[in-house]
Design a protein around this ligand. Sequence first.
Ligand SMILES: [Zn+2]
Length: 318
Amino acid sequence: MKPFLYYKGLRDLSQEITGNENVYLGIRPYGFHAGNMLPFIIYPLLICEELKKRDITPRLKFHIFLNDWEQDQLDGPDPINYPFNVYPANTTFQHVYVTPDKKKNIVDIWEPVIVKGVSSITKIYPETSVKAIRNSSIKNHPLMKKYLLQTLKNPEAIADILRKHTDKVVLAKPLAYAIAVCPNCGLVKGQTTIEYGDTLKHKCSFCKVVTVGEYDSFDFWFYHKPLAIPRLEIFNIDFCITGGDHFSEGDYYIREDLIKLFQAKVKPLIVLYTPEVLGYNGQRMGKSKKNTVIIPLKQLINIVKDNPRSKYIQINEK
Ligand SMILES: [Zn+2]
């Protein structure tokens, strides 16, 4: 299979589908802005529009994968120059609490906002569906467990795949693509190894506590690239929609090789990449860049259609 790029790719892909597909949408459950609107609302709407032109009723099933196992912030020797030698600065979103009793985390705040945004598709195309899946909810699925343990056991195999497809240097150390959340202090700092079978040992470099326990007794940080594979397999995904910034970093070919590494039984990989949205200051839009804006849907759709092959679309200041 091949990657599909931008609005031109969207129209090509729309010719090849039946309208009943399982669609993969992945997000850091921490914000929802114009940069997210492209893969999450506008591209789905435009695919439905193309299906309608073929007299097909869109019945796409949109799976929103809320990655509550993602780091709150990246840390590492130098996340810009060594983007594959990274780990969480503190912990995962699952463990970022917004109430003192730790009953509510940051994902509880953002999940309804994201689901509401994506559900605007079902208002226009009522036979489509939207379902949100937190990563933590599939921790005990046998495939998630299998690939996470495999990642813990052999991070080198993942690093070799990344090395093959990136121009960036992947350092020999530090190298981890899965780390447990320390059950004592709740931070993701330290090292997790397999003791035997599915029993893990986590040495926390923050509180210094060493915990030995079964897989089920830990929560995890799991690097988003290997993490994508069990999701594809568990939910029988037909195609993915994601931001073009991932394509530039070799995402499509990395995913293909990870599928081979894990021997995952997934459908041929189809990924539709959206253009990157630039904020009014010309920088890629993102919460960390502090240049997020909300612009009317119709206006954004017109910009997308006017730039069918563009890698970037620019939002101008009002
Ligand atoms: Zn600790």
